[in-house]
Design a protein around this ligand. Structure first.
Ligand code: MN
Length: 274
């Protein structure tokens, strides 16, 4: 059975429907497994349909949570204000809002499948694949537990900006969430720069993309991630970057993990922000 991993949808169900049809045409039987790199919702025209579509794939699909997915959960609990550019109202008004949000907060933040480690944004340079799964699981347990709203309340903030095994409590969970769902650039010791979101050339002096940190401990698996649209599709022997900016007029991308074939849907109907 083939496995396809799809990049950030961000509330764009129309290219997703086309992409899933293309995937099924390429791999008709048995039905392929589909993984999502997170950020299922927000910024795009129809977050509700996108979320319903992914959930509706049932056991065929799995997703990891992205920063926009967590933002939706936080907005739904009145913890974060809605931003002007948010497109989450349709979910919050939906009759199945409770079912959808309950499903969403039960999704993992990291998955390992056949030597591929799937996360939304990236991993700390000092994390192995096994440690990444353990740390993600700490957050997943809290999100699924009775005090999940407390976690969301404590989750926001840019400190600590570097992983330390000695971190405890909500500060530890916040650091794990920030690394898994927001990291782009960091220093060689893993101190994150949250302000820089551009292409690799926009790195501040002394920082580099998290995946280029020398001796990164997750180099023995293929890390698959989204989140970084200015990076575009990047295929290296042990790295797959998948956010090709569908919501910004780019493409929605799927990569088959078995043979690295690529399927892309152009999304000219969407616009770059003015
Ligand atoms: Mn993201």
């Amino acid at each position: 059975m083939n496995t396809y991993v799809i990049g950030d949808i961000q509330g764009c169900p129309h290219p997703l429907r086309t992409l899933i049809a293309r995937i099924h045409a390429e791999s008709p039987s048995p039905a392929p497994a589909i993984l999502f790199a997170g950020d299922l919702v927000n910024r795009g025209p129809d977050s509700l349909a996108a979320l319903r579509m992914v959930k509706g794939l049932g056991d065929q699909a799995r997703t990891v949570l992205g920063n926009h997915d967590l933002h939706l959960l936080a907005v739904s609990q009145g913890i974060r204000p809605m931003h002007r550019s948010d497109t989450l109202d349709d979910i919050l008004q939906a009759p199945d809002r409770g079912v959808l949000l309950d499903w969403l907060r039960r999704q993992p933040l990291a998955l390992l499948q056949d030597g591929h480690l799937l996360v939304h944004a990236g991993v700390a340079p000092q994390w192995s694949a096994a440690q990444t799964l353990d740390l993600a699981h700490e957050v997943e347990t809290a999100l699924r537990g009775p005090h999940w709203v407390d976690l969301l309340r404590a989750m926001y903030g840019n400190t600590p900006d570097r992983w330390d095994d000695a971190l405890t409590g909500v500060v530890r969970l916040r650091c794990i969430v920030n690394i898994l769902t927001r990291i782009r650039f960091c220093t060689p010791d893993g101190t994150m720069d949250f302000a820089t979101k551009g292409a690799v050339a926009s790195a501040r002096p002394g920082t580099l993309p998290w995946f280029d940190v020398p001796n990164r401990r997750s180099e023995d698996v293929t890390v698959v991630f989204g989140h970084w649209s200015t990076l575009g599709l990047m295929l290296r022997p042990n790295l797959i970057a998948l956010d090709t900016g569908c919501v910004w007029g780019g493409k929605l991308t799927a990569v088959c993990l078995e043979d690295r074939s690529v399927i892309q849907i152009d999304c000219p109907q969407y616009q770059k922000p003015k």
